[in-house]
Design a protein around this ligand. Sequence first.
Ligand SMILES: Nc1nc2ncc(COP(=O)(O)O)nc2c(=O)[nH]1
Length: 268
Amino acid sequence: MTLIMGVLNVTPDSFSDGGRWASTDAAIEHGLLLAAQGADLIDVGGESTRPGATRVAPAEEQSRVVPVITELARQGLRISVDTLNGSTARAAAAAGAEIINDVSGGLADPLMASVAAETGLTYVAMHWRGHAQQMDALALYDDVVAEVHAALAERIAVLTAAGVARDRIVLDPGLGFAKLPEHNWRVLAHLDALADLGLPVMVGASRKRFLAEVLPDGAPVQGRDLATAVVSVLCAQAGAWAVRVHDVPGTRTALNVLNRLGSTRMVS
Ligand SMILES: Nc1nc2ncc(COP(=O)(O)O)nc2c(=O)[nH]1
């Protein structure tokens, strides 16, 4: 069954929910709500990675996420930490996180691979071409599916050479990161192209800009939740390990339909 990773951005400036849960208490409350709504995992992030976002010092990032991770893990929730920084990943592991979700796949911080190896946590390696300030200029591909595949294959080689156990790695094609809308749709349409790498794949399409294409002009960001739920079902049908979403109830219901249907056949 495809897992639901609920997004908990403890940041003032994330693109779709920035500032709503910037305080520790509000973030903890929202994390508990996401779990009650059916999230299997809670992805706690302290630095926005949206295009154009400014970098956050690791100490500031840790001050945002560690108290939240500590309390949510204490209450038995399964936590991933969304960070580019090895020092934050190490602190999050000590606080009870079981997954490191690194949008840079280890490229942003040379320390990260050794932290992933030392902690033994599950490590999500996402396809990435540079920080928020540069990524839009790097959205140039001859064949985005082939190039994402090659880049992730290289990350696997580098990470395993650094001691990360292969069976701890999860891949992610990085929708919205150094990719134009057409690139995102093409990657989604060919998730199976990553199958030969033999690792679980997770997808983060939730509320991203490319989904606006299927909505009326000017639809609000939250209006992308239905499209996100549809994408979640398609990713689940493609065998995704997890989908990372803001609107947990919508995707929970959509995956419940798929799972129920999976136990019977729609047409004989
Ligand atoms: N593994 C993974 N992590 C991510 N973290 C943040 C964002 C940016 O979205 P947000 O600002 O809504 O958190 N997208 C991803 C993603 O696509 N995959």
